[in-house]
Write a protein that binds this ligand. Sequence first.
Ligand code: GN1
Ligand code: MG
Length: 361
Amino acid sequence: MTPEQITSRFAIKGTVEDIKPFGTGLINTTYKVKTEEEDAPNYLLQIINHHIFQNVPELTRNIKRVTDHIRGKLKAQKTTDIDRRVLTPIETLDGEGFFKDDEGRYWRMFLFIEGARSYDQLTNAKQAEAGGRAFGQFQKMVSDLPGEPLYPIIPGFHNTEMRINNFKKRVEKDPVGRLKEVKEEVDFLMERSEEYKKIVQMGKEGKIPERIVHQDTKFNNVLLDENDEVLCVIDLDTVMPGYVCYDIGDAIRNGANTGKEDDPNLDNVNINMELYEGFIKGFLQETKEILTPEEKETLAFGAKLLTYEQAVRFLDDYIDGDNYYKTESPEHNLIRTRAQIKLLKSMEENWEAMQKIVNEQ
Ligand code: GN1
Ligand code: MG
């Protein structure tokens, strides 16, 4: 089926004028749908990667619960422009909220948020603070979501202990014979495996609470307005129970890197401490009152944790023959792994300063 035929299954307003690829996600495939009429909104159309998000009805329900809850809060606060301050899922004509086509692909739509900016890379600390505030606000708004816990769409998504165990098995199996090229990287990661089981263990011991967290806090998942003020956060697929340090940790991993996530030149890759400070400041401005002292203590560690974990995940996928992430070359996952390892080394070198910044807030 063509994207045009797909959109006719959704309760959209106006006539579809064109549909173009949109965004840079590594998992789902996204299009922008432009409508002809001045007064009809534009939309986002997505193919959900259902190999990764296997329970699409529960995924749809999670996102609806979270966005309805946030919308309710915004209404209570008499916020104007609510449609720019939270994602709006578009209903299907049959009320399912998603459409499965004859090729087995799952589609969904959202209202397109107009006049929003998002950046793959940050240029200043003001943006970092906005990023920290965006995920902090999100955290605060969903902290009192009523009802049963959200459905764990990808069980153990940031369970580093589980990721390490799976990684060990992959290394033993070496399914496509790539292990011999990556011995050094495997050793680097395995040497640190005990240290990075800490958060899951603290959770099990009841030292930190489980909360609803976003879990995919790339800076390009923050929408900003023309003055770089926060509109909302997007990409709610992985919103699930987890620990608070996952969100700030992944935001820093992604956003406070002087290089790119897949930078082939490792000299470019370092932690930018100014941006780091911006993220921590912004995040704590919003969450100070809801975090326990133990949780606050995990924030700096979260940055190292998520960087470590991402290196494990990229290398795991490389050893597996690139089945998970979209890649642009056979070495792409290895390049990504090396960049994450370099970033982690840089964080290790700045570890004291990173902790100090949290303590000063
Ligand atoms: C994936 O698709 P995207 O870019 O939102 C991944 C994240 C990784 C990220 C690395 C569901 O996110 O966990 O941090 O790539 N999402 C999933 O770039 O695995
Ligand atoms: Mg994502």
